[in-house]
Each structure stands twice: as structure tokens, then as C-alpha cells.
Design a protein around this ligand. Structure first.
Ligand SMILES: CC(C)(COP(=O)(O)OP(=O)(O)OC[C@H]1O[C@@H](n2cnc3c(N)ncnc32)[C@H](O)[C@@H]1OP(=O)(O)O)[C@@H](O)C(=O)NCCC(=O)NCCS
Length: 407
């Protein structure tokens, strides 16, 4: 790739950066949207590829804290990736990715994370799928709990303007114990999660926020209604944007609220945990029409730091031989030893137990994809017999990793 400078966008280039990013996906950015994103982006963490003075490629990353088993780590949240249709397949994305991962490594971020527009794009750069998202579409008249129960607690509608104060404590309680969830700054709440520009509504109504509380437990639902009538019969779809609940009771009661909203024919919910309790709670789980997509993609930027940061379910030791052709500093043999559930990863010359690419180790990192599953796909070579089972004893967690939102 010759002739394309890669560097952060300058303040005076911010609009042009956005126009290039939007043109790569074929839409026109709204002035409001650009203004909101200005609160979320540190320009030093943007990248553009320039053809002369023209921006032809873009990328950025947002500093998140990612919940991992037993704690949280800094994660570079990769977003706003695009290359103009006039400049595709000339290696610009590859160079953006190379620079971005080098910067993340120098900063000391143990991992980078993203949502992929297409699953084909990122494995070549060492990203592995690390969580899955469930999508549900249920007819409201079939949304019935299997075990009848009386409603508990109280649900109230909270104006979006107040939600930035009410929702974060609920979200943070769940985030602290849910591997895969991301921290949200006050700016992220206001300018991203609660942003409600007409441009973003896709024909639907405004974002509503319902909050349920009882006895120290809480839940909220963000949703909007799309207007649809079928020969004077209400057929509105309800779009669930996010539901967060601090306990099983809170979960049941907030969904009871959602299922009870009038004039709705179908309830559509995305970004649900793969092991979401609704798949058990409903009288007819099949009616959820639960489908699964790849969710969070993760790249190990600093293997030793990432492996040493998480907790493990069993005390044992294992040597990984990691193949990494994109970030060569991560390639080679790493010994992971866990004592009292704390991990310590160091370079080693010992014989390897498991041989795999960095992408596949990234898929196993959060505990959502077992080494046995990777092995069944032929994606890990068991050099020492029993090493797959040993690694699974260590990496196992008690719930599916879940990231509640795309960024
Ligand atoms: C995806 C996109 C950024 C790729 O940019 P690009 O500069 O053309 O990519 P590169 O030339 O650096 O390609 C690097 C490699 O990825 C492959 N690749 C790139 N985009 C791909 C795609 N959409 N599907 C499959 N493979 C893809 C290339 O074939 C190339 O493979 P190789 O290394 O084996 O030769 C660009 O096509 C785009 O802007 N798409 C629309 C917006 C979008 O989807 N952005 C991603 C948001 S998550």
C-alpha cells in the first residue's frame, strides 16, 4: 500500500472524517449525530487514511472497561471503521488495523474489542468472536410466563432527560458481575445510549424508559414503538432497545411490563444474552423465535496482561503456543498458571500443551467458547493429551458472556 498517510484526524478535519466514514457505508451523517459523537471521541484515538489531502479511510477506538471473569480491564473499543468505495481492497483497512493495534499495545490496553459489520473482515487481524447475541421476535399474545405469578413492585416511566441519573446505578450493578459488559461514561449515556435523534428512529416513535423497583432490586427497559395498523387493527411492533435487571425477580417483572404494553402485535428484542432466562420462563419458548448472531469480537493485544488479569475456575497450569502473524509480539509460547484462582502468564520455553492462533485464544478468553468446542471445529491442536479438558476447567464461567450494546 503506497501513498496513503495514516494519522489521527485533526480538529478541523472532524466533519470531513465523519463524511468519509458515512460515505463508506453509503449514508449521509446528520449534523446532530456528528455533534453527539464529538463528545465521545478523543481525536487522538481516531485514525484516517489520506489520499493527498482527502480522507479515504477512517477508524477510531473508545476507551472502555470490559468486565472479565473476576474483574475488569481496559479495552480499546474499535469503531467507525470504513474505507471509501473508490479505495477498497488496496490494503487501507489492513494499515489502519496495524496502526490501531500498535497504538493500543503502546498504551497498555490488554485487549481490543468490536462489533463487526461482517464476520469475514476481522479474523485476519486476530479478532475472534467472544460472545454471541440472541435476537427474539415474539407475538405479544404468546408472550406468557409458564409459571403464573402475581406482579411485584412498581414500574414507572422516566423521562429520557432523567434516565442518565437513574439507569447507571442499575446498569453498573449488572455490569460488575457480567463478563462481556462495558463501562459507560456519563457522556456515553447521554450521547450514545440515551440519544434519541429522529434520524436514529427508523420510522419509530421516541425512546421510552421504564424503571421497575422493589425491595432494593431494580430493572429498566428502553424501548420504542413503531406505528403500524392493519385494517384498523393495531399491529405495532415494539422494539426493545435494552433491558437490564439486577435479579431474577426484576427480570421477570420488567418483561411482564414489556409484554403488557397495549396495541402491540410483535415484540422484537436484540442483543440478548445467549443464556437469557426468557428462553426458560415462557410457556412456549419456541415462540421467542430466538436466533443467534456473533456478538463481541475480541483481540488479545497483550496476551500476558490479558491472561494474568482474569480469574480462573481451577488452579492448574497450561502452555499455549500462539500463532500470531499480525501482532508478532504476541506470538510464541506462554505459560499460564493459576493459583487461588488468580492467573499469571509468562513467556516460556517449555513444551506446549495447546497450539492455536491468537484469534482462537481470543474466542476462548471470556469463557464463552470452550476449548473443547474449538477442538471440535479443528481450531486447536492438543499437543499434550488432556490439555483441552484442563484448559476448560480453568476458563469455565457460569454464564454466557454478554455485551449489551453495539458501539
Ligand atoms: C470493510 C472495509 C473497511 C475494508 O476496507 P479495505 O481497505 O477494502 O480492506 P483491505 O484492502 O485492507 O483488506 C484487507 C483484507 O480484508 C479483506 N476484506 C476486506 N473487507 C472485506 C469484506 N467486507 N469481506 C471479506 N473480506 C474483506 C480483503 O480481501 C483483504 O484480504 P487479504 O488480506 O486476504 O488480501 C471496507 O470494505 C468498507 O468500508 N466497508 C463498508 C463499511 C464497513 O463494513 N465497515 C466495517 C465496520 S465494522
Amino acid at each position: 500500500m503506497a501513498g496513503f498517510e495514516i494519522r489521527p484526524a485533526r480538529t478541523e478535519e472532524y466533519d470531513a472524517y465523519w463524511r468519509a466514514r458515512a460515505a463508506a457505508e453509503g449514508f449521509e451523517p446528520s449534523a446532530d449525530g456528528i455533534a453527539h459523537w464529538r463528545h465521545l471521541l478523543d481525536l487522538d484515538r481516531t485514525l484516517c487514511a489520506l489520499d493527498g489531502a482527502a480522507i479515504v479511510g477512517t477508524a477510531a477506538d473508545v476507551p472502555f472497561r470490559l468486565t472479565i471473569p473476576g474483574g475488569e480491564i481496559a479495552a480499546a473499543g474499535v469503531t467507525l471503521v470504513g474505507v471509501l468505495p473508490t479505495h477498497r481492497r488496496r490494503g487501507i483497512l489492513r494499515e489502519l488495523m496495524r496502526r490501531q493495534l500498535r497504538d493500543a499495545h503502546e498504551r497498555g490496553d490488554p485487549v481490543a474489542i468490536l462489533y463487526a459489520s461482517e464476520a469475514l473482515i476481522y479474523p485476519r487481524f486476530g479478532y475472534g468472536v467472544a460472545s454471541f447475541d440472541g435476537w427474539a421476535a415474539i407475538e405479544r399474545d404468546r408472550a406468557v410466563f409458564r409459571d403464573p405469578s402475581e406482579p411485584v413492585g412498581q414500574t414507572r416511566l422516566v423521562p429520557l432527560g432523567d434516565a442518565a441519573n437513574v439507569l447507571p446505578p442499575i446498569y453498573d450493578r449488572v455490569r460488575a458481575v457480567t463478563t462481556g459488559m462495558l463501562s459507560r461514561t456519563p457522556a456515553w449515556w447521554v450521547h450514545h445510549r440515551l440519544r434519541d435523534l429522529p434520524h436514529d428512529r427508523q420510522g419509530g416513535g421516541p425512546k421510552f424508559c421504564a424503571v421497575w423497583e422493589s425491595d432494593g432490586e431494580a430493572a429498566y427497559a428502553l424501548y420504542r414503538v413503531h406505528d403500524k395498523w392493519d385494517e384498523f387493527i393495531p399491529a405495532n411492533p415494539l422494539e426493545v432497545i435494552e433491558v437490564i435487571a439486577t435479579s431474577p425477580l426484576a427480570q421477570r417483572e420488567i418483561w411482564r411490563f414489556v409484554f403488557g404494553i397495549d396495541l402491540i402485535r410483535t415484540i422484537n428484542a436484540g442483543f440478548l444474552a445467549l443464556d437469557h432466562p426468557l428462553t426458560l420462563l415462557l410457556a412456549e419458548p419456541r415462540r421467542l423465535r430466538f436466533t443467534v448472531n456473533d456478538g463481541l469480537w475480541l483481540r488479545l493485544v497483550d496476551i500476558a496482561a490479558a491472561l494474568s488479569a482474569r480469574r480462573y475456575a481451577a488452579d492448574a497450569a497450561i502452555v499455549f503456543e500462539v500463532v500470531d502473524t499480525f501482532c508478532d509480539w504476541d506470538a510464541g509460547r506462554w505459560q499460564l498458571e493459576s493459583q487461588a484462582s488468580r492467573g499469571q502468564a509468562t513467556r516460556t520455553t517449555r513444551q506446549s500443551d495447546l497450539r492455536l492462533t491468537s484469534e482462537r485464544l481470543a474466542s476462548a478468553y471470556l469463557g464463552g467458547i470452550s476449548f473443547a468446542r474449538l477442538a471440535r471445529a479443528g481450531w486447536v491442536e492438543e499437543v499434550t493429551p488432556g490439555a483441552v479438558a484442563r484448559a476448560d476447567m480453568m476458563f469455565r464461567i457460569d454464564h454466557a458472556p454478554w455485551c449489551a450494546e453495539v458501539f
